[in-house]
Design a protein around this ligand. Structure first.
Ligand code: GLC
Ligand code: CA
Length: 531
């Protein structure tokens, strides 16, 4: 079977992305919170690592109910993170170092403290009321419909003064915007231009799948009963998401954004978080007239066996003909090293999966600290800050968001040694720090750096089709792009490599010598003769 690849000639075609979770990246003013001044200082490191595109998570004015994904002003920088001047300095230096910067835009919802929502609350007859989605309270005391939120629980909160409910797919502090209102569309076109004029190279679009909702707000078909004790994804998966997300009108919105982006040669990267409705995602992605790239989230839910890996990667490739973005980590999911068993084993597996993701058609992303082989930070119940998951420390996203360990020592080079970081470091060893790893050619950071380098040297495969290689031993995942083979041994046994060719990359050192063998959980990149 062969699957899609095409050449758009765009600057992001060969790019490797890197997610910066600003709060935990680097603190420049020693208040324990990452910021732009801190980031500026670390751009040389990112250039050394070899990444091309930096995605910076939200830094806008925010009451921080969802750590910045609740925006109170889309054209102002929260003072925690610095000033517009600091922002400009980061963009300028990143560009000087040959990197691009895309920023996270959050169009699905605002903060409840945003002036639009405040105006809508103060005066239900104001034009701002229709910026949001309201519904009269049904007489029988039920909710307006059966939608469940991404964080679990109902999506409707009663506003007592008017007696109307408003919709929120996330926290009650994050009211959803009404994207059927042309005034909302116009506001965001201005916001995009504001940042494009300041020199950003594009946007990562938060919750891109959900902007538009069913006009009549119809209930979703229910697949199985839900109750409050269920984990949030279990609740979500109890419904078919026919009416709350991926509405056909989304296309025209992103087509309009695409026209703006084209004026600036900017990238539109969607957080297209849906694993079920691939035809709808395909329409947003493959023509190149709407989103340029959309993340495929399957890799964040892979089980460590060859079937799970192959099917998770093959599914989107078979249904979405272009524009896939690949990531196994983000600020929203437990780190993959932890998911794959922690320790050396977890690290080796995460790197092996990275080799496969870097070989697929599309754009690979690393999440800060992934290159260090970081496992989740350890967070005690009383230190939990993420609103997701209530008081259950294992349910929240804090563990993946702990500050980056730059150096050994009490502030870990993230902040001053006497300062308490906003989230604990979560139990880091010296060997996990950037400075120690940079001095050790066998460390994780060097392995990721080499992987990025090898991928860049293989730019010629970008327009080639992907062919799955089936005649490999069981527990092996292998595919070919032109004259390059990517393969991973998803087992505890070494296996012979029957493909021959020149070894360009291995996740293990022994791999570099023993050319005919692939070790347990090892992945390789091989240059083969055209057959
Ligand atoms: C996205 C973000 C996540 C946030 C949510 C609501 O999924 O990645 O961190 O909580 O949107 O904005
Ligand atoms: Ca700071």
């Amino acid at each position: 079977m062969t699957t899609g690849a095409s050449s758009s000639g765009a600057w992001w075609e060969h790019a490797v992305g890197y997610e910066i979770y600003i709060r935990s990246f680097a603190d420049g003013n020693d208040d324990g919170i990452g910021d732009f001044v801190g980031m500026l200082d670390k751009l040389d490191y990112l250039q050394w690592l070899g990444v091309d595109v930096l995605w910076v998570t939200p830094f806008y004015e925010s009451p921080m109910a969802d750590w910045g994904y609740d925006v109170a002003n889309y054209t102002a920088i929260d003072k925690t993170y610095g000033s517009l001047t600091d922002f400009d300095a980061v963009i300028e230096k990143a560009h000087a170092l040959g990197m691009r910067v895309i920023i996270d835009i959050v169009p699905n919802h605002t903060s409840d403290q945003h002036e639009w929502f405040q105006a809508a609350l103060r005066d239900p007859s104001s034009d701002y009321r229709d910026y949001y989605i309201w519904h009269d309270a049904p007489e029988d005391g039920s909710l307006p419909n059966n939608w469940v939120g991404y964080f679990g629980g109902p999506t409707w909160t009663l506003e007592p003064t008017s007696g109307q409910y408003y919709l929120h797919l996330f926290l009650p502090e994050q009211p959803d915007l009404n994207w059927r209102n042309p005034a909302v569309q116009a506001e965001f076109e201005n916001i995009l231009r504001f940042w494009l004029d300041r020199g950003v190279d594009g946007f990562r679009i938060d919750v891109a799948q959900a902007l538009v909702k069913d006009e009549q707000l119809r209930s979703n078909p229910q697949l199985s009963p839900v109750d409050d004790s269920m984990e949030r994804w279990e609740q979500w998966n109890s419904f078919e998401h026919e009416h709350d997300i991926l509405q056909p009108e989304t296309l025209a919105i992103f087509q309009a954004w695409n026209r703006i982006a084209s004026e600036y040669d900017a990238l539109l990267l969607g957080e297209t978080y849906d694993l079920a409705q691939l035809e709808k995602l395909d329409r947003l992605l493959s023509n190149g007239d709407a989103l340029h790239v959309g993340f495929w989230f399957g890799a964040m839910h892979i089980d460590w066996n060859a079937d799970s890996i192959t099917s998770t990667l093959a599914l989107p490739l078979s249904k979405i003909s272009a524009g896939l973005g690949w990531a196994q980590n983000s600020h929203d999911e437990p780190r993959s090293v932890t998911r794959f068993g922690g320790g050396d084993l977890g690290q080796q597996r995460a790197l092996a999966l990275a080799v496969l993701l870097f070989g697929l058609p599309g754009m690979p992303f690393l999440y800060q600290g992934e290159e260090l082989g970081l496992k989740n930070g350890v967070i005690a119940a009383e230190e939990k800050l993420d609103p997701v998951g209530g008081n259950d420390p294992t349910a929240g996203r804090d563990g993946t968001r702990t500050p980056i360990p730059w150096e050994p020592g009490s502030g870990m080079g993230f902040t001053d040694s006497f300062v308490k970081p906003w989230l604990p470091f979560g139990d880091r060893a010296d060997a996990e720090t950037v400075s120690v790893q940079r001095n050790d050619a066998d460390s994780s950071v060097h392995r990721y750096r080499r992987l990025i380098e090898v991928r860049k040297s293989l730019a010629h495969i970008a327009p080639t089709l992907l062919e799955w290689i089936d005649d490999v031993p069981k527990n092996m995942v292998a595919f070919r792009r032109g004259d390059v083979v990517f393969l991973a041994n998803i087992s505890q046994e070494a296996a012979p490599v029957l493909l021959g060719g020149e070894l360009l990359y291995s996740t293990t050192d022994s791999g570099r010598e023993s050319r005919g063998i692939i070790g347990p959980d090892e992945a390789q990149i091989r240059l083969v003769l055209d057959s």
